[in-house]
Design a protein around this ligand. Sequence first.
Ligand SMILES: [Zn+2]
Ligand SMILES: [Zn+2]
Length: 163
Amino acid sequence: MHLEGSCHCGAVRFTVEAMSPVPFMHCHCSVCRKTAGSGGYAINLGADAATLKIRGKRHLGRYHALIREAGKRARRSVAERRFCMRCGSPLWLRDPRWPELVHPHASAIDTPLPKPPEVVEAALDFAPDWVDVPKGRGHVHCATWPAESLEQWHKRHRLWSAA
Ligand SMILES: [Zn+2]
Ligand SMILES: [Zn+2]
């Protein structure tokens, strides 16, 4: 699926081809909450990194999250988060462990996205008490992250859209 995205101020625009375009996984982790202003609506899609075209590259900032775990020294995440340095909008994430993929934030996408038939509420161990986590039919709760990948989830629901 062809996706068009942008930051809020318009300094950065991008296009990408996504195989996993359904925004089904709500991330409640602390990195998404702090960097994406999210009470569970930071949602990463899966797209083909080779097709990513960017306008306004000079406005892009880069952040590698610091991972703090009890009893361990803080370490720098290998995942790279890109955002607009003018308006702060979170745009996408790349991880060198999966170099062929880029994960745009659903919030940065302007193309209408498909509504998910099922939503996974992920990383609930990290959600603060004030977040009203959706529950009931169609909502799967996960303490951390599901074992199923974005690709596997899309294939199980017959929503994988690779060319
Ligand atoms: Zn911007
Ligand atoms: Zn997250």
